[in-house]
Design a protein around this ligand. Structure first.
Ligand code: SAM
Length: 325
């Protein structure tokens, strides 16, 4: 029996965070200082959790963080996941800083795809957002290494935040066409450590489309219902962009995701105000069947939707870096 919640949504997509440490301090995610850490687990625990979840119907695993490539052993983790299931769709989300040296190894270990977060194509703008000097060239090299290693199609995620990078929309359209990567714009969500989110800071899907149309016409192409991004091609067929619009066009009704935090908690929604301690059960010696039963009961409590921008909105109990985006 597959994992489904009480609204009939099938849960097929796992995001697993393998560390909540990060080497960047992006303004829409972290504070400018070091911030708190919840810690991480041995890879054997993430493997066991993944195995139980795959037995329940998970078909896609995205490794994330924090910054997952900071964690020594990530290549072996990918290899071990691949060894236990040849059909899994395996992806990593990374800031790309350490990707150039790892892309080929990750491919050989069995990774299918990489998504790189990159919020500006202008180096100065990039540094203002990440708050770490010297990253731009490394990330660009990382994107190209992933493309050369055929970890693709490589996706480049750009969180747009008013006052920081809304002028990068057209340059990113050009970038997608020139580099042969899919650029996906993400609406800023209230999941940052500094609590600076306000409706005016969000650059919405409509605005992105309007601005991009000043460069070249876009044609919408079909996307799977559970896919987070709406997809568009430029009118001449060269270059694809996506827009992930959880704020202005929520897609909770088709959500197929659950998350495991780096310290082994299950989160059923980015905006959950609680999480569920799977690792504590493991520590107490639970069998795989008991873990599966716990996961099933937690999934039944998956939230119907988020309440961003509504009067009853309650901030999530963790910020993005500690959830795993
Ligand atoms: N360090 C990796 C990276 O940079 O991709 C993985 C973790 S990061 C938390 C995962 C994704 O969450 C990134 O694409 C990042 O841009 C996105 N993200 C972080 N905070 C966000 C926010 N407040 N709103 C929207 N997306 C956010």
């Amino acid at each position: 029996m597959l994992l489904t919640d009480k609204f009939g949504r099938a849960i097929t997509d796992l995001r697993i965070s393998i560390t909540d440490r990060c080497n960047y301090k992006c303004v829409y995610c972290r504070t400018g200082n070091e911030g708190a850490l919840y810690g991480d687990l041995p890879f054997a625990d993430y493997l066991r959790i993944s195995r139980v979840l795959v037995s329940l119907g998970i078909t896609k695993i995205r490794i994330t963080g924090g910054e997952p490539l900071l964690r020594k052993g990530v290549v072996d983790f990918v290899r071990n996941l691949r060894e236990f299931n040849a059909d899994l769709d395996l992806a990593i989300t990374t800031n790309g800083h350490l990707l150039a040296d790892l892309a080929q190894q990750l491919k050989e270990a069995g990774l299918n795809r990489v998504t790189v977060s990159m919020d500006a194509v202008d180096p100065d703008r990039f540094t203002r957002i990440t708050r770490v000097p010297g990253g731009f060239d490394r990330v660009l090299t990382g994107v190209r290494s992933a493309r050369d290693a055929e970890l693709g199609p490589v996706k480049v995620n750009c969180v747009l935040m008013r006052g920081f990078n809304e002028d990068q929309i057209i340059p990113f359209g050009m970038f997608a066409r020139e580099e042969g990567v899919i650029v996906r714009f993400i609406e800023f969500m209230p999941l940052e450590e500094d609590r600076v989110w306000a409706p005016e800071t969000v650059v919405t899907l409509d605005e992105i489309l309007r601005r991009m149309a000043e460069y070249r016409p876009l044609v919408e192409i079909s996307h799977a219902r559970s896919e987070t991004a709406r997809r568009y091609r430029f009118d001449d067929g060269i270059g694809e962009i996506g827009i992930i619009a959880p704020v202005s066009h929520p897609f909770c009704g088709h959500c197929s995701r659950i998350r495991i935090t780096s310290d082994g908690k299950i989160r059923t929604c980015l905006f959950s105000v609680w999480d569920h301690d799977l690792h504590e059960l493991m520590r107490r010696g639970a069998s795989d069947a008991e873990l599966a039963e716990f996961i099933r009961s937690v999934v039944q409590r998956k939230e119907a939707r988020h309440h961003i921008g509504e009067p009853d909105f309650v901030p999530a109990s963790r910020t993005m870096v500690h959830i795993g985006g």
